[in-house]
Design a protein around this ligand. Structure first.
Ligand code: M6R
Length: 607
């Protein structure tokens, strides 16, 4: 939610701050697109005033604005907004300034005590321009400013409650950017004669691969040539420099119309990569977690949204293959319900971004309760990755589209690999592993048939209601399929356990309904057959997704999509590709932008 960036160079050379900031913001637009803005100062010309440009709506509006009204300088900060406090508008856009306009702030997060701070500032004569919580920060910095921006920001941090990643510039000290963080991510990129800051590494990679991750309650003074990081007591701390070797190509569209389609099509490759990262010579390598895996008698998994659906699928597979009970929860519920955690519990958190506020808190609760936590995450160096005891990285590469696709299926690959590690019956384990090894190739067979799904979507995209149902892991994947469709096509879609239909949901079925029945549990084909007939009798159109070679639904369902045969418990990796493609084409047919769905942001760093 919200992306912040910053750039500072010693002298204006080939690259100028304004262009770098815009370029970096493009890479962070997935974090919010309600408005965008930049603030620039100039260390070569200290007389030059701090200049701000901001515009409501997509980043392209800001780009248009600066075409006619460019800003010059060496030092700047930028912001792309997902509105929390105050509607999307020019005035509520970041950067925000103090009354004099000398200090500018960009902020990702929520200041929970902003009402109290606003009241206090108003009592001290401040007149607010915006409705945002962030504006308080700019005024507070001004209040504490005595010629030293680092000290002022550190003092203000003591007064802030909530979460923040901040970047601040100041007209009086144009040769530095001050950044600070608590519960929101912040990365510093190290260049030669310049430095950058950003909410995540993707904007930095074009300029540098050497980064430092700021920890909570740290504040950093970033100049063109130096980075000094202080802890909350003002003591300088050494923060290691990490090298990031993500492939930049995967953050480009490479000829695809949208990132989402590209990411769907990348799944065969990244599934292979995720498998190969953990399996050598037919043996699973999870050495670092062997000790907890071996004594696990109970598994607890938490996540949000799509990551929670990966947990849902994991429950079925771990209980079936490893015969260990699994509890799953959405992180926002888990963190408030005083969960019971025992010493031998295997605790897993799943998060693509590794920055989701609720998931992070859930992980901290698990750790406070003495559990060792395994994180399944995609983003190297993310907060979840750094705070977990063990990390299994999904090898999905940067996922730019807001709707998660390749991160999800690689999360599934990770939970299936963990299932293998937990499965004591060696024959069962080996069979499962050989199925997983083929998953990349089988996913390719589904992706290759995207034209069929495109055609289907062009006929069905106008349905006002789409229901997904299935049994066991087909039910779990129905939840993900329904989420994907609602996220990007804004169609009312829900998922049901097929057996629950008659207990209520069937009342919703009429001739405006499409029902997608995932039927990959052979011993339950008869039950699904009846369920499909029941909804058809009430006017619904149906699509059945089942295995190649199964003709049981040919005469029952209006349409049938066949996926390659595999174990029913791991079929979700394949069946979900069909529903991802369906959601994507519905979105496009409806004239939406699937990469930037309304009201959503990729990384939910606030509660
Ligand atoms: O980064 P995370 O995996 O922690 O994010 C969790 C959810 O916010 C995320 O999966 C969300 O549901 C996506 N928009 C799904 O497409």
């Amino acid at each position: 939610m919200c992306g912040i960036v910053g750039f500072i160079e010693k002298e204006k050379k080939d690259i100028n701050a304004q262009d770098v900031l815009i370029n970096c913001l493009k890479k962070l637009e997935y974090r919010g697109y309600d408005s965008a803005g930049i603030a620039v100062v100039d260390c070569e010309n200290k007389e030059r005033k701090l200049e701000i440009r901001k515009a409501k709506g997509r980043l392209s509006n800001l780009e248009e604005l600066i075409k006619t009204s460019p800003v010059e300088g060496t030092t700047g900060i930028g912001h792309t907004r997902w509105a929390t406090h105050g509607e999307p508008s020019d005035i509520n856009s970041h950067p925000h300034t103090d009354v004099s306009g000398y200090i500018a702030v960009v902020h990702n997060g929520i200041i929970e005590n902003h009402n109290k701070l606003r009241k206090w500032l108003e009592e001290h004569g401040v007149v607010f321009k915006s409705e945002t919580d962030t504006e308080c920060i700019a005024h507070l910095i001004d209040f504490h400013y005595n010629g030293d921006l680092v000290t002022a920001v550190s003092e203000v941090m003591k007064r802030l409650e909530g979460s923040y990643a901040l970047a601040v510039v100041c007209q009086q000290e144009p040769d530095l950017i001050v950044v600070a963080k608590k519960d929101c991510p912040l990365v510093i990129g190290l260049g030669e004669g310049f430095n950058l800051i950003a909410s995540d590494v993707t904007p930095i990679l074009e300029y540098s691969r050497e980064v430092q991750y700021l920890d909570d309650n740290q504040v950093a003074k970033v100049t063109a040539t130096d980075v000094t990081i202080f802890n909350k007591d003002g003591v300088i701390v050494e923060v290691p420099v990490s090298h990031v070797d993500w492939d930049m190509q995967s953050a480009q569209k490479n000829g695809y119309e949208h990132f989402m389609l590209k990411e769907i099509c990348e799944q065969p490759f990244v599934l292979d990569q995720t498998y190969k990262a953990r399996v050598y010579a037919g043996k699973i390598d999870l050495q670092e977690i062997n000790s907890i895996v071996e004594k696990a008698t109970h598994v607890v998994i938490v996540g949000c949204g799509t990551a929670y659906h990966a947990a849902f699928v994991a429950k079925y597979s771990i209980e079936h293959f490893a015969r260990i009970p699994v509890d799953i929860d959405v992180a926002s519920e888990f963190r408030y319900r005083d969960p019971i955690i025992n010493e031998n519990d295997l605790c897993i958190v799943i998060s693509q971004s590794g920055e989701t506020a609720d998931t992070l808190q859930a992980m901290r609760i698990l750790k406070q309760k003495g559990a060792k936590v395994i994180a399944i995450t995609n983003v190297v160096g993310s907060t979840v990755a750094r705070e977990a005891d063990f990390v299994m990285y999904t090898q999905a590469g940067p996922e730019i589209a807001v709707a998660s696709t390749k991160a999800f299926t690689t999360q599934l690959m990770c939970v299936y690999l963990l299932t293998c590690a937990l499965t004591k019956d060696l024959e069962v384990r080996e069979k499962l592993m050989s199925e997983l090894e083929e998953m990349g190739a089988k996913a390719q067979l589904v992706v290759d048939r995207q034209a069929e799904i495109q055609k289907f979507a062009s006929r069905q995209f106008n349905k006002t209601k789409v229901f997904y149902f299935g049994r066991l892991s087909d039910y779990a994947i129905s939840l993900e399929s329904a989420l994907k469709l609602k996220e990007i096509s804004y169609t009312h879609s829900e998922a049901f356990a097929a057996g629950e239909l008659k207990h209520g949901p069937i009342a919703l079925i009429d001739d405006k309904t499409l029902v997608v029945a995932t039927c990959c549990q052979p011993f339950l084909y008869d039950k699904m057959d009846s369920n499909i007939k029941e909804v058809k009798a009430r006017g619904a159109k149906t699509l059945a997704i089942t295995f190649e070679g199964n003709h049981a639904f040919d005469d029952v369902s209006d349409e049938v999509f066949l996926i390659p045969k595999t174990d029913p418990y791991i079929a979700p990796i394949l069946s979900v590709i069909v529903t991802q493609l369906y959601a994507y084409y519905c979105s496009v047919n409806r004239g939406n932008d699937p990469d930037h769905p309304r009201n959503l942001a990729k990384s939910v760093t606030v509660e």
